[in-house]
Write a new protein. Structure first.
Ligand SMILES: Nc1ncnc2c1ncn2[C@@H]1O[C@H](COP(=O)(O)OP(=O)(O)OP(=O)(O)O)[C@@H](O)[C@H]1O
Ligand SMILES: [Mg+2]
Length: 283
């Protein structure tokens, strides 16, 4: 067994073993449509730009979106080598999605335990190659599927995405509480669509209100890791399969994603040094 797989196996009892994966970070929110997948894709690419070897698991089995966001052509299927699937390579990331292994109609009929089982199988039956960090793009909500995923996958931490509206913040609280319940550290909050930048004049406005992320962060003793603007370029880049971090690496939003990536790296590196995993080093 490699040091990486030993480390992850030791991180929690009865957890899924993920050989070849050192750290797993969830990107979640209670609410749908707040930008989990956008943040997951750009964060994964920013982590790669920081020199990490990165995997991205699209865990949204009812509405996978990473294939589209990362420009993976429709109908792409993973190769199978020695009974394991080889992740799809996109922009240098190792990507796996239920969308790669099912037909468009299949996922909709799955119920909770079946869906969780399918996700576990997808994770375990993929040959992950020397991954420093795997980003898990969560399905919306805080139900059984989300909780089971947080319990069964050895997670180093979670990033909670929210928009500044009260209704989204309420769901962000639920997501934070869900991770706390299963002892997954919340690394912090990403406030997406924090401000609106006018394409005509560049004027920036807090159309959904301001300060919401800060108040939730204070309430739960965590912090706002990044504030991302609501910008046409963000959506267009994702729709083209070329997320901003790769299509506009020098832009201010890409810089924000890189700063987010640095904080995420710091969270798991610190944890490895401080946690029990440090004692299991091969001699
Ligand atoms: N900062 C942003 N600026 C502009 N558009 C954005 C921004 N963030 C996300 N979007 C767009 O909003 C839509 C929803 O985003 P996304 O799919 O990332 O959300 P999600 O939380 O993953 O949704 P779901 O709950 O359905 O999985 C997408 O069309 C995306 O391109
Ligand atoms: Mg999504």
């Amino acid at each position: 067994m490699t040091l990486r797989s030993r480390t992850i196996a030791a991180a929690g009892m009865n957890k899924l073993e993920l050989p070849g994966v050192a750290h797993v970070v969830a990107v979640a929110s209670g609410k749908g449509g707040v930008g989990k997948s956008t943040v997951s894709a750009n964060l994964a690419l920013a982590l790669a730009a920081e020199g990490q070897s990165v995997a991205l698991l699209d865990a949204d089995i009812y509405g996978p979106s990473q294939a589209l966001m990362l420009g993976v052509p429709e109908g792409t299927r993973p190769d199978v080598v020695d009974d394991k699937m080889v992740p799809i390579s996109a922009h240098g990331l190792q990507v796996m999605s239920m969308g790669f292994v099912t037909s468009a109609k299949t996922p909709a009929v799955w119920r909770g335990p079946m869906a969780s089982g399918a996700l576990q199988q997808l994770l375990a039956q993929t040959r992950w190659q020397d991954v420093d960090v795997m980003i898990v793009d969560y399905p919306p909500g805080t139900g059984d599927i989300q909780l089971t995923l947080a319990q069964q996958v050895p997670m180093s931490g979670a990033v909670v995405v929210t928009t500044p509206q009260d209704i989204a913040l309420l769901d962000a609280r639920k997501a934070i509480e869900m991770f706390r319940k299963v002892d997954v550290p919340v690394i912090g909050i990403v406030e997406n669509m924090s401000t609106h930048v006018c394409t005509e004049c560049g004027h920036e406005e807090s159309i959904f209100g301001a300060g919401g992320g800060d108040s939730v962060a204070a309430e739960y003793d965590t912090r706002v890791l990044a504030r991302l603007p609501l910008a046409l370029t963000v959506r267009e880049a994702s729709d083209r399969g070329q997320p901003l971090v790769v299509s506009d690496p020098g832009g201010t939003t890409s810089e924000t994603f890189r700063q987010l990536a640095q904080q995420v790296i710091a969270s798991y590196i610190y944890q490895s040094r401080a946690g029990p995993e440090i004692s299991i080093v091969d001699d």
